[in-house]
Design a protein around this ligand. Sequence first.
Ligand code: FEO
Ligand code: CA
Ligand code: CA
Ligand code: CA
Length: 674
Amino acid sequence: MRDADRPDDDGLCNASQRAEAAEDRGTSPAGAPTFGDVVATRFHRRELMKGVLGVGAITAALGPAALASRTAAAQTAAATPSFGFRELSSTPTDRAEVAAGYDADVLIRWGDAVLADAPAFDPRHQSGAAQARQFGYNNDYLGYFPVPGASDPSRHGLLCVNHEYTNEELMFPGIGRQDAGGPLGRARAFSGMTPELVAIEMMAHGGSVIEVRREDGRWQVVAGSRYARRITAETAMEITGPAAGHPRMRTAADPAGRRVLGMLNNCAGGITPWGTWLSCEENVNGYFTGRLPEGHAEAVNYRRMGIPGRWYNWGDHVDRFNLEKEPNEANRFGWVVEIDPFDPASIPKKRTALGRFKHEGAAGIVGRDGRYVLYSGDDERYDYVYRFVTAGRVTGDRARDRDLLDAGTLSVARYNADGTGDWLPLVFGEGPLTQANGFHSQADVVIETRRAADLLGATRMDRPEDVEANPATDKVYVMLTNNSRRKPEEVDAANPRADNRFGHIVEMLPDGRDHAAPRFTWDILVRCGDPSVATVGATFNSRTSQDGWFGMPDNCAIDADGRLWIATDGNFPSRTGRNDGVWAMETEGAARGTAKLFFKCPFGAELCGPEFTPDGETFFVAIQHPGEADPEDARATPATFENPATRWPDFAPDMPPRPSVLAITRQGGGKIGS
Ligand code: FEO
Ligand code: CA
Ligand code: CA
Ligand code: CA
C-alpha cells in the first residue's frame, strides 16, 4: 500500500492513506536497545572518542557481519553479471516508461475479462456481479507458473495476481474522497457508499488467475482459459493449522471455526516448490467497524492489530465486518492464504501456522536439509521480520507436500548490535509464551503473533516489506520502507536512522548458508534517499547517478542470474522528485550499492509484484493506484474519478486510470537488464 501523507489517525482521504497512517502509528511496545546501548556493545570506546563518524558510517564500516558478508560478496562477485541497460531519466511523467530498447505492454487492466462470461467494462455502470468476473482493483503480487506441458515454460503460464484494496474515490463517479475535510479533516462520511458500491469493492478485492501466452513476441491473456479464476472477499476458504477450529476463530456463520469467506488486503506473496500460490493478507484491520463489547477478551489482541481500522464502511452493510455483530471475524484475517492455481475449484487455505499479522509477502527457499523456509515482513512501523520453517521436508511429490505449511516453527528476528542475529521461536510453552501471559495453546500464539513476538524481544524494524532470499548467494534481502516516527533514542544498528523517511535494505546471511539455522549475520546494503543531501545519510555507491537513487523500497525480485531488482512505494515529485518505479541494484563487488533506474510508473502509482519468467526474458510488473494525487499536493487538487492525476493507461476522457499489469520484454529478444 501507498506511502502517502501521514495524519495521526482518522480523517484520511483514501484507503492507501489510511493504510499508511496505520503503518505509521506502530503498536509494538518500546523497549528496544537505544543507540547508546548499540554503540556501547558494538564499538570500541576509542572509536567513540573520535566522535566523527555518523551512525550509518559506523554501522556500515565495522562488525563481523559486515566482514563476513563482504568476504562472501568477494567470492560471488565474479559470478554475478552487472546491469547493462541504459538508465532512464527520473523526470516524473503521466505514463509508464521503460529503459531504451525494451517494450512495456499492458497485459490486463482493472475491469478486463477474467472469466469467459465477463461483461464489457463500463465504470459508470459497474456492478458487483460484473466485477466478480472481471480483473480486480489494485493489482499487487504477481506469481508466474509455467503451464504443465508448455512447449516453452517461459512463454506460456499462469499469472496469479493479488488485488490488494480499492480506491473508491478513483473507481466510482461522484463519490470523491471519503472524508469531509480533506486529508487532515476529521469527519468520515462514507457519503454515497451504497450496498451496491460496497459489493463492487468486495468483488474487486482478492485475486485473479489468468492464463498468459507469448506469441510473436507479445504476451496475451488466453480468453476462456480453463484455469481462469476470480477470488473475492466472499470466496469460501478453509482455515488450517494450529488455530483451525479454536473458539477464538468461531463465528455465528461458522460455529466450527474452520471456514471463512474471502481474503482481504492481499499484498505480496510467494510461490511454493509444489506449485501453489501464497497470497498474504496485510492491512486487514481497515475492513472492520463497530466497537467490541466492554471488557471483551479480544480487546488487547485487536488493539495490537489496529482493529477496527474503519477505512471501509462494509460493516454498515455486511454484519461480519461489524465487531458489535461478530466480534471474532477479525481473527480470521491476517493470514497467509495458499491457493492451487491449477484447479479453479480448489478451496484456498488460510495456513495459520505462519502466524497472524500484517503479512507483506511470503517468499521462500528450500533449506539445506529439504525443509521449506518462508520469510515474511510485518509491514507496520516498529514491527518485525518473521521466518517459518516447515517440520517436514519437500519431497517433490505434490500430493505429499501440499500440507507442509500446516506444521513447523515460526520465529521472529532479533538483530544484535554486533552484526549477528537470532531467530526467536514462537512456540507455546517456551520462554514467556505461557498461560501466565495469556497463551493457552499454539492457537493463541499464532492468533496473537505480534504480542508473542513483543514478549520475545524481537527487533522493532522500520516497516518490513518484502523479504527474499537469493538462491545464488543465500543472502536474504529485507526491504524496510520507512519510519518517520523513529526517534533518535530509538535508533539501533539495524534501523540506524531517526526520522527514517526513505527506508533502507538489510542483507542477512544465514549461518552455514542454511536458511533453517537459528542464527544469521547481517549488514545494511543501502540506506535510501538522495545521496547528494548530506543530512539524509543515504549510502548508495558513488557510481549511482542522480536518476539512480530511490526512496521507500517495498517489493523486490531476484532474477535468474541472482541480481536484485527493487520496486518502490512512496516516491512522489514533491518528496523525491520522481515517481515510483523499478531500480536495478548491484549487490556484489566494487559496484555493490549502485542503483539504476529501469522503469518508472505513471503519476500516483506504486510499483508492485515484480516477477520474472524462468528464462529472465520477461519481467511482469503491477502498476497499483495510478492517478492518485501527490500527497503534499492533495489539499489543492484531490484526485477523484473525475479528476485523476493521470488517465493512464487508456488516456480516454471518459475512462478513469486503471491499475494494470505490464509485460516488459527486450526488443529483439534476450534477458532483461543484461
Ligand atoms: Fe501492501 Fe506493505 O504494502
Ligand atoms: Ca508499501
Ligand atoms: Ca502495495
Ligand atoms: Ca507492498
